[in-house]
Design a protein around this ligand. Structure first.
Ligand code: PEP
Length: 251
């Protein structure tokens, strides 16, 4: 059966109210009937823009996600600076990114990630769960060991995988312009699939790739049938490159 391909834009700490024009352009592009229906487009702008964006452009063609939620499992309370999962959901998000390497560097350990995943799902947010090794670990041939550890320490055995997208994002690829070879990716995704089947009894987990995806390299990346889409940073900020990525994937 043909599968849905995810194109998820992670805007990080970028964009302002005017940036809605980029989403508007993507929305207009998506209206064209000629593009495959088997795609899911999700924008993850900074949380201060979520509500206004999702109110202004509210179509079936695209969806929204947040880049974080609070690890405090309460809807409201005396927690300065925190945004609860409920608040994020009410802002129009249906997804949330958890475990991104840039967040791991700041303040997210596996215990926090596990908590956030459970809180997100309780609040009907699907989770874009990021995993990835750094260059040192890759050079030591520890990549898969690291990924396995990140999954085991963050994903509950009883999780419903319908609520989870696993984004493999090698840290050495994020924002560097360096993309792993298809051979390397094939090995990683094959091992990931086998591990998830054996450990979590899931046959078709949603596995996507993130790290320096561009309109050019998406063609080669798209040859890997184990990859169900992309988490896109820099190239998602401008509608032109984001649209080119979608177009080139399906061409
Ligand atoms: C990311 O940070 O999730 C990412 C994939 O970034 P970039 O595409 O800019 O490498």
């Amino acid at each position: 059966m043909a599968k849905t391909i995810y194109f998820i834009g992670n805007w990080k700490m970028n964009g302002n109210y005017d940036s809605i024009k980029e989403i508007e352009t993507v929305n207009n592009f998506l209206k064209k009937k000629s593009i495959s229906k088997l795609k899911k487009i999700i924008f993850c702008p900074p949380s201060n823009l979520l509500m206004s964006f999702s109110k202004k452009i509210n179509t079936k063609l695209l969806d929204y996600g947040a880049q974080d939620i609070s690890k405090i499992n309460l809807n409201n309370g005396p927690y300065t600076g925190q945004l609860s999962a409920k608040m994020i959901k009410e802002s129009g998000a249906n997804y949330v990114i958890v475990g991104h390497s840039e967040k791991r560097l700041l303040d997210e350990d596996c215990k926090t990630i596990k908590k956030k995943i459970s809180i997100a799902i309780e609040n009907k947010l699907k989770v874009i769960f990021c995993i990835g090794e750094n260059l040192f670990q890759k050079k030591k041939n520890l990549s898969f060991k690291i990924l396995k550890k990140q999954i085991l320490n963050s994903i509950d055995k009883k999780i419903n995988f319908d609520n989870l997208i696993i984004a493999y994002e090698p840290i050495w690829s994020i924002g560097t312009g360096i993309v792993p070879s298809n051979n390397y990716l094939d090995q990683i995704y094959t091992k990931l699939k086998k591990f998830l089947r054996e450990k979590y009894k899931v046959n078709s987990p949603i596995l996507i790739y993130g790290g320096s995806v561009t309109p050019d390299n998406v063609v080669t990346l798209g040859e890997n049938s184990l990859i169900s889409g992309f988490l896109i940073g820099g190239a998602s900020l401008k509608s032109k490159s984001f649209i080119e990525i979608i177009k080139n994937y399906f061409r």
